[in-house]
Design a protein around this ligand. Structure first.
Ligand code: SF4
Ligand code: SF4
Length: 570
């Protein structure tokens, strides 16, 4: 039995947070539009947290829609697929959306507009008779990652160990972004179906769909969908509109009044959070056999002509989405991937839409207060406003101080890795310090140091293993030599070889003697020989006599023996 949305007044509240102007109406006036196919798609191998997959195709190869282009490489990895049928044009480095503006390996597909699908099949209701492991494999092969922004491979997160509560996160708290809102309004049943599959995988006893109370249409649609459900697992919970209530730790605090331990994860307290978009993608994988080929993207901001939500194939150039929405207008100053609080500026609109692109915000500097336009800022005045708003209960000014001084031990002591990069501190900072940028810098430096340390550890282990191998080989060689020497010592002195030679010569002499005796016997048919025959016989006799003489000389000459022995040694 499903339950109606609960009033928000009785809910718990996390520390800090901000009430922000939503600007959601800009992009929610029209239904989700399907982005038309493009000539070319650029698909980065890395669109998730973890390792890139192993490339399965080569340049010039024809691929089908839904065909796996790269398979997961390690546990924390995700597959990628071709969004269209066509030809692999290139595999190489292209600019990808990332705060650092890096290029990364991508597979470029030229669309042949035939829309030919790879063979695929749906599991459907059968999934409820399948094991969690088998279902996680389907989700992994479908390339599904957390679509709320984190990009963590979903199958890895879906442990069934001691999880009792599944929270389906429809709290889209960052201003401007409305893709989850529109998805819930238009595809509520699929979200519920996908959530039920996740609940089955993790053996959850309760599934809570949490939605901010500023989304009445989404709440109504999701309420209607869970009322059709007969499992009795679902409950819908409306939560107050406070930024960043969509953070995992914050939503757990609000909905369940539980704290995730410092440096801990939600599953430490028996909870799993999944985004509504992720639940929808799982529904497509299980009930339609489709991998993750597209996502809903909010194209919004005061710098674009017709803000709206689009269903966009992964790999579509950003510029094509902007063009579809009428192009830039005169207020346009820059483009942010994500929202104004947690997003980052993208250098070029030729970059592709990736699995994590929930929003393209085209706007002016005034609309993105948490993203300082320049690095120039005033000194910290220790006003502690940042402390008051930090939803993670951190001391942002201390973190800033140590991050700026590159004292990374101290930033870890001050729980840097509990910072969710929500941007609240930077938003209220009167000195306009780009605090989140400092925190991201410190995190990436610490990760880099950790990577280097691991690399050095591996190199050291390899060197030690090599040295141990060499020592072992040396020991084995020495042991062999020792055994050989002992065996030689155990044999009678070098006379052995001489004795053998002498025995051989004696045997040869015996044979000669025997032949001689034979010769003493009168040969048959020796009468009436011709002169020529007689000469032949004499020549043979002469050679025999010579041979006997030589043999006798050899036996009696010790120098010859030594020469033979020496030659034998060599
Ligand atoms: S960005 Fe980090 S430090 Fe700043 S308010 Fe958010 S969680 Fe706190
Ligand atoms: S809000 Fe800015 S100026 Fe105030 S204490 Fe924090 S970092 Fe310093």
């Amino acid at each position: 039995m499903s339950m109606p949305a609960e009033p928000t007044g009785a809910l718990s509240q996390f520390h800090g947070g901000l009430k922000l102007e939503g600007h959601k109406h800009l992009s929610t006036r029209t239904p989700i539009a399907l982005m038309p196919p493009q000539d070319r798609y650029i698909i980065p191998l890395m669109q998730h947290i973890g390792q890139a997959g192993d490339v399965l195709v080569h340049t010039g190869e024809r691929v089908l829609k839904g065909q796996m282009l790269a398979q997961p490489h390690q546990l924390v990895s995700a597959a990628i697929h071709s969004p269209v049928s066509g030809m692999v044009r290139d595999i190489g480095n292209y600019p990808v959306p990332h705060p650092s503006g890096i290029s990364a390996q991508c597979i470029v597909i030229d669309n042949d507009y035939k829309d030919e699908w790879v063979e695929h099949s749906a599991v459907g209701e059968e999934c409820f008779h399948m094991t969690s492991t088998a279902l996680r494999r389907i989700i992994r092969d479908a390339g599904i990652v957390g679509l709320g922004g984190a990009g963590f491979p979903t199958a890895v997160k879906q442990t069934e160990i001691d999880i009792h509560t599944l929270i389906i996160n429809g709290v889209e708290c960052e201003p401007y972004i409305s893709c989850d809102d529109m998805l819930m309004r238009e595809r509520a049943r699929e979200i519920v179906a996908g959530s039920e599959v996740i609940g089955h995988i993790i053996k959850a006893r309760e599934i809570i769909i949490a939605i901010e109370d500023n989304k009445p249409e989404a709440i109504a649609a999701m309420q209607a969908a869970i009322e059709e459900d007969t499992t009795g697992y679902f409950r819908l919970q409306a939560v107050p509109t406070i930024y960043p209530s969509g953070g995992e730790k914050q939503i757990i605090k609000v909905v369940l009044d539980k704290e995730v331990p410092i440096n801990g994860l939600p599953n430490d307290i028996g909870v799993l959070c999944q985004n509504v978009g992720t639940a929808y993608a799982i529904c497509r994988a299980i009930y339609h056999g489709e991998p993750l080929l597209s996502r809903i993207v909010t194209i919004t901001g005061h710098g674009v002509q017709h803000p709206q939500n689009l269903e966009v194939a992964i790999g579509t150039p950003m510029q094509a989405c902007i063009d579809y929405c009428g192009g830039y207008n005169e207020q346009h100053s820059r483009m942010i991937m994500g929202g104004p609080m947690m997003g980052f500026a993208v250098q070029s609109d030729q970059m592709p839409i990736i699995k994590l692109t929930n929003c393209l915000l085209v706007t002016s500097d005034e609309d993105t207060p948490a993203l300082p336009a320049s690095t120039a800022h005033l000194p910290c005045i220790r006003c502690a406003r940042c402390v008051d708003v930090c939803p993670a209960n951190l001391l942002p000014q201390q973190l800033y101080w140590y991050a700026a001084a590159q004292n990374f031990e101290r930033v870890v002591d001050y729980h840097l890795f509990d910072c969710i990069e929500c941007g609240c501190c930077a938003y209220v900072c009167p000195s306009r310090i780009p605090l989140v940028q400092y925190f991201r810098f410190a995190k990436s430096e610490i990760w880099e140091q950790e990577r280097q340390r691991k690399k050095a550890d591996i190199a050291r282990e390899r060197h030690e293993a090599h040295q141990a191998r060499l020592a072992k080989q040396k020991q084995e060689r020495e042991e062999k030599l020792r055994k050989k020497r002992e065996a030689l010592k155990a044999r009678p002195a070098s006379s052995t070889a001489v004795d053998a030679k002498k025995a051989a010569i004696a045997a040869a002499l015996a044979r000669v003697e025997a032949k001689k005796k034979q010769q003493d016997v009168a040969p048959k048919n020796m009468d009436n020989l011709s002169e020529e025959q007689q000469q032949l016989i004499e020549a043979v006799e002469k050679r025999r006599a010579q041979a006997v003489n030589e043999a006798n000389n050899e036996t009696n000459n010790p120098a010859t023996d030594q020469a033979h022995t020496s030659a034998d040694k060599h």
